[in-house]
Design a protein around this ligand. Structure first.
Ligand SMILES: C[S@@+](CC[C@H](N)C(=O)[O-])C[C@H]1O[C@@H](n2cnc3c(N)ncnc32)[C@H](O)[C@@H]1O
Length: 298
């Protein structure tokens, strides 16, 4: 059980280092971190990509830039990170497509200023990736095991106005964005903290936590006393940019046929292990599964 805030912050830093390692951040990679906020995750990514790598960190606001710079300096990685103020739904306006080895985010979705932009944001993250580049969105899981955890998620929603879409929705947008190998991995944090540390906030939340302290005490205290409080488990949404870049918009439906040296532009051919190639209706792109099969056969 963690009883002081510094210890909690250290534990959370190790957790984020582990997560960054788990999603495949490696030396020399060029990584886009979307919704970098205070840069607690950016720092971990920068640490792992090291001197030969680079991180572009974007956020819709500069509100947390000072804290981010502080975090980057603390871990001696400031020179590896470039910050840009931008809306994640409009990344194409500032970034060259296909220029990153990975596009990642840490708890971006829960704090989206306009949740209806989520599918566009995921599409933009996918667009920024090189072939075989990795996409990873890390979010709190809303699966709860007791009243204390239920209350915590409810307070995130009610007080923080947080947005927790169903995991299936995020996975669907990732597939729609043309990513392959899309799946979600859930990891337990096993970080238990005392009610006092919880009330002080895990970092950066003090104002909200102070403002709503009474409500939090009233809502959470009895259950935290009974069950303790654990940092929620984490959902990691993973996907990969396919080897073949296919624009699935109707006007470009001929591209893949051209690539495959086939004669009928405008009509996609779908590959099936059982039936071989067959015609695919224009206007509907191939599924991620079909793309994977196509990659294997060309
Ligand atoms: C919980 S914070 C992220 C924490 C951060 N990743 C870290 O590791 O410390 C969520 C961030 O997403 C940003 N955000 C929300 N909507 C956005 C958008 N449309 N484009 C870019 N950033 C956005 C917010 O400004 C906020 O800084």
């Amino acid at each position: 059980m963690i009883r002081n805030r510094v210890a909690l912050q250290q534990k959370l830093h190790f957790m984020k280092m582990n997560l960054a390692n788990l999603i495949g951040m490696r030396e020399g990679m060029q990584v886009l971190d979307v919704g970098c906020g205070e840069g607690t995750f950016t720092t971990c990514v920068a640490k792992l990509v090291g001197e030969t790598g680079k991180v572009v960190a974007i956020d819709i606001t500069e509100e947390y830039l000072k804290e981010m710079n502080g975090n980057l300096e603390r871990y001696n990685v400031k020179h590896l990170v470039k910050f840009a103020k931008a809306d994640a739904a409009e990344l194409s306006a500032i970034l060259i497509p296909q220029s990153f080895d990975a596009a990642v985010s840490y708890r971006l979705v829960e704090e989206l200023t306009q949740p209806e932009k989520l599918s566009k944001i995921i599409a933009e993250m996918a667009k920024s990736l090189r072939k075989n580049g990795k996409a990873a969105l890390i979010e709190l899981s809303t699966k709860t095991r007791n009243v204390a955890e239920e209350n915590l998620i409810r307070l995130h929603r009610d007080i923080g106005g947080d947005y927790f879409p169903a995991p299936e929705e995020i996975l669907m947008y990732m597939k729609d964005a043309g990513l392959t190998k899309v799946h979600v991995k859930t990891v337990e944090t096993e970080i238990w903290y005392s009610s006092t540390v919880f009330l002080k906030g895990a970092g950066g939340q003090d104002e909200i936590w102070t403002e709503f302290k009474e409500k939090i005490i009233e809502d959470l205290w009895p259950s935290v006393k009974q069950y303790g409080m654990k940092y929620p488990s984490i959902n990691i949404f993973l996907g990969q940019k396919p080897q073949i870049e296919v624009d699935t918009s109707a006007k470009n439906m001929g591209n893949l046929n051209q690539y495959l040296n086939l004669s009928k532009p405008g009509i996609f051919l779908q590959f099936s292990k059982v039936t071989g190639f067959r015609e695919f209706l224009p206007g509907r792109g191939p599924s991620a599964h079909v793309l994977e099969e196509l990659e294997r056969c060309v």
